[in-house]
Design a protein around this ligand. Structure first.
Ligand SMILES: [Fe+2]
Length: 216
């Protein structure tokens, strides 16, 4: 029998049911981060110091109206989230030759985690995109694995049974918390934040986004 020639599959493999995930680092956000950090610490100390309970185990979460605050830092952050979200939404649209336009409806809330605080596995219902923006990662002890890391979980249970590790199919994805980092993912995607162990505060802002199609 003649030997079969090797096959190049690169043009014949596609990703089905893939999960879109944006991880974008804003380069010049250090002044913005200082303003946002001061704002959230002030809100925590002020009338909003009673934490809202969502996914957090410990820690402080603000009310969900953060994006409506008339504050220059919030306006700038909101614009940055909108830019990435419009761009991402445009990328998922199938081209049928028609011009389409979308309006975003967003809410957001601040998160402050201190030693031992974490967020349990959860999704964000009643919206399309969710995500978070990192203001200050704090000082997580680097000797503790996954300290303060966001973990995204593959929701397809059986997909976790891939037999070889360290592939693009890994069922657990860990995202380092860096100042200026902005994340967006589909709201149905399960995620959690591992316990923060270290000095200071791990500070972030989370958001939910609905997309409204503008009708001509
Ligand atoms: Fe979340």
């Amino acid at each position: 029998m003649a030997e079969i020639e090797p096959v190049d599959l690169s043009q014949f493999v596609s990703t089905l049911f893939s999960t879109l995930f944006v991880c974008y680092d804003w380069a010049d956000n250090s002044a913005l981060n200082q303003e946002l950090e001061a704002l959230l610490l002030e809100l925590e100390q002020g009338q909003s110091n009673k934490s809202v309970n969502r996914s957090n185990a410990g820690g402080w979460q603000s009310g969900g109206n953060l994006m409506t605050l008339d504050h220059p830092a919030i306006r700038q952050l909101k614009q940055q989230v909108e830019i990435l979200t419009h761009n991402l939404t445009d990328q998922i649209i199938r081209d049928d030759g028609k011009q389409r336009a979308f309006r975003l409806v967003m809410d957001g809330w601040g998160n402050i985690n201190r030693r031992g605080d974490y967020n349990v596995v959860h999704i964000h219902p009643n919206c399309m995109w969710s995500g978070c923006y990192y203001i200050n990662p704090g000082h997580p002890d680097p000797t503790i694995p996954q300290n303060g890391l966001l973990e995204l979980l593959d929701p397809r249970e059986a997909a976790n049974y891939i037999q070889i590790p360290n592939t693009i199919l890994d069922g657990r994805q860990f995202i380092p918390c860096l100042p200026g980092r902005m994340l967006i993912w589909p709201s149905w995607l399960k995620h959690m934040v591992h316990p923060y162990q270290g000095e200071g505060e791990r500070i972030s802002i989370a958001y939910n986004i609905n997309i409204i199609e503008e009708r001509p």
